[in-house]
Design a binder for this molecule. Structure first.
Ligand SMILES: [Zn+2]
Length: 220
């Protein structure tokens, strides 16, 4: 049985196949077109185990497994990647991050979840810039702001390098239309973004509060 984060109830729930898969023209699916000479496309309906809403799963299978029963079995065992429709934007909450920045970070995740990788990368870059400003790193370009964050002790060295990675990806996505970020690029950038936010708003803040408490005790 396969599971997906349901577009209707937002729960990661088992999806039960309904009927048999039907043949689908692969050349109609932009991200699967390159497989059309060696693979067959398939479409299958599913019902959500949590809320009963229907979803459609699209997949492709090589020519040697050209039978609905084999495709159903391969879906069940997780051998075939499924592209789900409707896609449901899936965000992420950042509890320890200022609300306006958390909202933008959440939007970056939602863009990623529906395959808008250029948008997620550009938004991640904007998140870093906004986060830098909250710590007074307002001067110069983003590179200087990131360096300033490190110099002021808000982010560690390897996190600084991560932040520069996001900046580079964001710049590429904005300035060079020929560079289209792929899913892996976007995932990586979102992971880096989380590290930067953790350093600035969780680790940094926690250590600062510990230091203040220590100084308070010594003062007494
Ligand atoms: Zn559901």
């Amino acid at each position: 049985m396969v599971a997906r984060e349901c577009w209707c109830c937002n729960v990661k729930a088992q999806q039960k196949p309904v009927g048999s898969p039907s043949r689908l023209k692969l050349n109609l699916i932009p991200h699967l077109q390159h497989l059309s000479s060696t693979h067959k496309g398939w479409s299958l309906a599913f019902v959500c185990g949590e809320c009963n809403a229907h979803s459609v799963g699209l997949t492709s299978c090589d020519d040697t497994n050209d039978h609905p029963d084999i495709v159903t079995e391969m879906i069940d065992t997780g051998e075939l990647e499924i592209v789900w429709h409707p896609m449901g934007p899936i965000g992420k909450t950042y509890d320890h991050v200022p609300a306006d920045i958390a909202s933008m970070a959440d939007e970056a995740h939602r863009a990623h979840s529906v395959g808008c990788y250029r948008s997620s990368v550009i938004l991640a870059r904007a998140v870093i810039e906004a986060a830098a400003k909250t710590k007074g790193a307002v001067k110069g370009n983003l590179q200087q702001k990131i360096d300033n964050l490190h110099e002021q002790g808000h982010i560690r060295l390897f996190v600084k390098d991560a932040a520069h990675g996001i900046r580079d990806s964001g710049n590429d996505a904005v300035h060079d239309l020929k560079i289209v970020p792929e899913k892996e690029d976007s995932s990586e950038v979102l992971t880096l973004m989380a590290s930067v936010l953790d350093d600035i708003f969780i680790t940094g803040e926690t250590l600062k509060q510990m230091k203040e408490k220590r100084e308070e005790k010594v003062g007494k």
